[in-house]
Design a protein around this ligand. Structure first.
Ligand code: GAR
Length: 208
């Protein structure tokens, strides 16, 4: 059984999707053992507590330098025996130490079809605002491994979502979450836990 540690910052609907998938028995070879938040007031913490999951808070601003924060987060994850780390709406950039310590073991959910609308500054609602501004007709979500390039790691799963006339960023965000993020993130985590994702360089292959 792999230990799944989920990193959050906000509402935690992706965390909820993972918890629900676990309850439905869809994550057969893993268990959510800890939720770590960058924000002590995140509703995601309440979701974890309601499900009896251990919680921790680590804030960038409590450390003098970014390197100290990076080292502390790495240590915290090691102390939790994390086998896989899931960034479920985690809004603090990860440092080199943690990324190297957990190479190809950190999974992020991004609310667009990478390589569109991604990279530094593209997070949360902003991603959907930019997609609407550009006028694309299809967007979606991407589950990918994290490497040192922002949103540049190996892609695991993607799902497309239609953009409709009159969409606002909020309406589009909700549709992308419901139709894509909440489906592909638990699926990617389940596949990882079953050792079904083979990574060669920047390319992944799902072993059936
Ligand atoms: C989600 O839409 C997630 O894809 C996005 O933040 C939201 C968090 O919602 N993440 C990013 O933009 C990361 N670049 P949640 O807290 O309800 O899961």
């Amino acid at each position: 059984m792999k230990n799944i540690v989920v990193l959050v910052s906000g509402g935690g609907t992706n965390l909820q999707a993972l918890i629900d998938a676990q309850h439905r028995g869809e994550i057969k070879a893993g268990k959510i053992t800890c939720v770590i938040s960058s924000n002590p007031n995140a509703y995601a913490i309440t979701r974890a507590e309601q499900n009896g999951i251990d919680t921790e808070v680590i804030r960038r601003k409590d450390f003098k330098t970014f390197d100290e924060y990076d080292a502390a987060l790495t240590q915290l994850l090691q102390s939790k025996n994390a086998d896989v780390i899931v960034l479920a709406g985690f809004m603090t950039i990860l440092g080199k130490q943690v990324i190297r310590a957990f190479e190809n073991r950190i999974i992020n959910i991004h609310p667009a079809l990478i390589p569109s609308f991604c990279g530094e500054g593209y997070y949360g609602l902003r991603v959907h605002e930019e997609a609407l501004k550009k006028g694309v007709k299809v967007t979606g979500a991407t589950a990918h491994f994290v490497n040192e390039i922002c949103d540049g790691g190996p892609i695991i799963l993607q799902k497309a979502v239609e953009i409709k006339t009159g969409d606002t960023p909020e309406v589009l965000q909700k549709r992308v979450m419901e139709q894509a993020e909440w489906k592909i993130l638990p699926k990617a985590v389940a596949l990882f836990c079953e050792d079904k994702i083979k990574v060669s360089g920047n390319i992944t292959e799902i072993i059936s």
